[in-house]
Write a protein that binds this ligand. Structure first.
Ligand SMILES: [Ca+2]
Ligand SMILES: [Ca+2]
Length: 184
């Protein structure tokens, strides 16, 4: 390929990439290009939720690449996540009145903050839930543990409650991302 052809190709690729970024960004405020995920604040006694929230929210924002994920010194905005509630309650009982399925609910207060103009872009409460059996193998418990419409497929495994907790946080992460994209 000669020089002219390859630079033409590069230009086309740039245009394509440009369109992709444009449509992805939707109505995001134009002066916001990056986001930092601030240290997750946990007001509950559920220790596992801090790391899970930080990991899953960061992964989703990096994967979706709507805004550049960076550290707080260099970011235009940050996401301040406070886990305010984690509760477990029985969801279904067997005929013998023992708990067949538990439900875990997680509530998070989230502020998306504009660091360049020092004001919140949104301040909202998000919630997610998951179901888990009292014990046993979630890969064969007849419960759709990750709420994806298929029961007991290959990606339902591990500690039942921890899995349900991550499912709940994944839902919250997705809702936060959707809210960021639709803001303004
Ligand atoms: Ca499933
Ligand atoms: Ca299952």
């Amino acid at each position: 390929m000669d020089w002219k052809k390859s630079s033409l190709l590069a230009a086309n690729l740039l245009i394509l990439a440009g369109c992709g970024i444009y449509s992805f960004r939707g109505n995001l405020p134009p002066h916001i290009n990056s986001i930092a995920i601030a240290t997750v604040v946990n007001q509950t006694s559920e220790f596992a939720v801090t790391d899970a929230a930080s990991e899953l929210v960061t992964d989703l924002f990096v994967d979706e690449n709507v805004l550049r994920v960076t550290d707080e010194d260099r970011a235009d905005s940050n996401l301040q996540i406070t886990i305010s509630r984690v509760t477990d309650r029985p969801a279904t009982y067997t005929a013998g009145e023992t708990v067949e399925e538990w439900r875990i609910d997680i509530v998070a207060q989230v502020i998306w903050y504009d660091l360049s103009r020092n004001r919140p872009l949104f301040e909202k409460s998000f919630s997610g839930f998951g179901f888990y059996p009292p014990g046993g193998d979630i890969g064969s418990d007849n419960i759709d543990n990750d709420n994806d419409g298929s029961v007991d497929e290959g990606d339902e495994f591990g500690d039942p409650r921890e899995f349900a907790l991550r499912v709940a946080i994944q839902k919250i992460s997705q809702d936060i991302l959707n809210e960021v994209v639709s803001t303004w």
